[in-house]
Structure formats: C-alpha cells, structure tokens
Write a protein that binds this ligand. Sequence first.
Ligand SMILES: Nc1ncnc2c1ncn2[C@@H]1O[C@H](COP(=O)(O)OP(=O)(O)OP(=O)(O)O)[C@@H](O)[C@H]1O
Ligand SMILES: [Mg+2]
Length: 267
Amino acid sequence: MAPLLTLDGLSVFYGRRPIIENLSLTPITGGGVTALIGPNAAGKTTLLRALAGLVPAKGSIRLVGMASPAHPLELTGLPVSQHARHVTYMPQALPQRVALTVFEATLSALMSARSDVVLSTSEAQARALETLERLGILDLSRRGLDELSGGQRQLASLAQSLVREPTVLLLDEPTSALDIHHQMRVMQLVAELARERSIIVVIVLHDIAQAARYCQRIVVLEHGVVAADGLPEQAITPQMLARVYKVEARVEPCSQGFLQVIVDRAA
Ligand SMILES: Nc1ncnc2c1ncn2[C@@H]1O[C@H](COP(=O)(O)OP(=O)(O)OP(=O)(O)O)[C@@H](O)[C@H]1O
Ligand SMILES: [Mg+2]
C-alpha cells in the first residue's frame, strides 16, 4: 500500500494573523505528484513549512505509512529531528553560502537523514553520485556550492533533498531558476522517483502547464483556503483562473494533448 498524507482542520498563524485557516484535504497518495498552485502570498510556502514542521500548526497532519497502515503517525507536534526522518523540505530561497562541494553537501544530506540506517561509506557515496548523475550535475561534484550559478545551486539543493529518500518530499518552486531543459529533467525525475519509491510529493509551481503535465492532482490555494482541488482538467479552468488569478485565459490542449494555459489579459 502506498503511504498517505492527510490534513485535517489545519490552521497556521504568523503571530496572530491567520495564513491557513481550517484546511482539510482528502488523502494525498504516494507514488504521484501533487501540485500546490495559487497566486503570490496565497499561503503555499506557509502550508509547505507547516507540513515540514517548521512553523507551528493547529489541526492534524497524519502520515499513514507503508509499514503500519493501522497506526498513522501524527506529525503535528513531533520533534523536528523525528519529523525530518519522514519529511524532506526544499525551501524556495536557498541559503547555500557554505564551503562544501556539491558532492560533500549531497553526501552529508544523505548521512544526516539516514543516521538510523547503517550505510557503508562506499554505498553512501555511490548513492550520492547516482543522484547527481540523474539530475545531470555529476560534472559539478567537485565545485563549491558558493561557486555555482543560481540554477546550478537549485539543482544541487534538489540533489540534497532527493538523496534522502524521504516518505514525504516537499518542493517549493524547485524549477524557478532553471532553463527549459533542466525544468523538464527535474519534473521527469521527480515524477519517476515518486513512482519508483511510492513517495508522497507536494510541489509548489507557478507554471500551471507544467503542473498539469506532470502532476496527477492540483490543489489551488487562495488566501489560505482551497479554491480548487482535483485532476488537472478539473482544477485548471478559465473560471478558476479568472476567480483566483484575475486573468482572462483559455485552457486548451496542445497538439500532443497536454493542457496549455493561454493568458489573454489581466482582468
Ligand atoms: N515569516 C513570516 N512572518 C509573517 N508573515 C509572513 C511570513 N512569511 C510569510 N508571511 C505572510 O504570509 C502570507 C503567505 O505567504 P507565503 O510565503 O506562504 O505565500 P506563497 O503562496 O508562498 O507566495 P509566493 O508565490 O509569493 O511564494 C503572505 O501574506 C506573507 O506576507
Ligand atoms: Mg512561496
């Protein structure tokens, strides 16, 4: 059975200001990718940070694991170290001014996530190198993180998230700095890894067509509440785009059948 993530009555505040209010979702299933989309300041990053246990949240976030389906793990209130064993979060802003090489950073991400599992050094190194290869950045292994371009840094950060093989992978705009080749490569790899390892992936994206192409489920957030949720063709409609994004837009399949969003004007 694939793992499930359930959110029930979730509320998140910054100070006294509510950002996410009483949010519930039907279970998010492992093996596929769920996109979290919505306008700027809708609360996407806040929701991801709450799922990652980095901001206090009220309500329930439960992980129903493969090992013990009868005993869901309540993630709210779990100590950060235990939380990080199950959930990996790649933030939108990347604080990577550290003097490690890409390879060292990937390896240390793996070792810190897997302190409970005995991995030989050669096994760990092989896994780190395999991750770098699948992301197409093996040639950057020996480069310092502080010597990389913005896109290269984003790929290196993604390698650190993927190598941990979490149950839940949360990615906040992981392709925002990437060229179209690397965007495709990353989306394909994330979808592949989700399928191969039955990972629950929640990914924040601003590119709606990209979300429609690679994600089985689209959750649209607006002012901290769910404005639409479903298959891409159910959630992404001209009506939703007008209401939530304030644009006049068409939603049409391309010649290969992938859903495209053509924005005619800002309303
Ligand atoms: N640390 C913080 N303290 C107080 N308010 C915050 C903090 N971080 C975000 N906010 C506010 O919470 C709201 C939601 O922000 P959030 O970063 O979750 O939006 P988002 O949907 O990720 O937007 P974007 O697409 O621009 O990244 C915004 O109004 C923002 O100003
Ligand atoms: Mg954000």
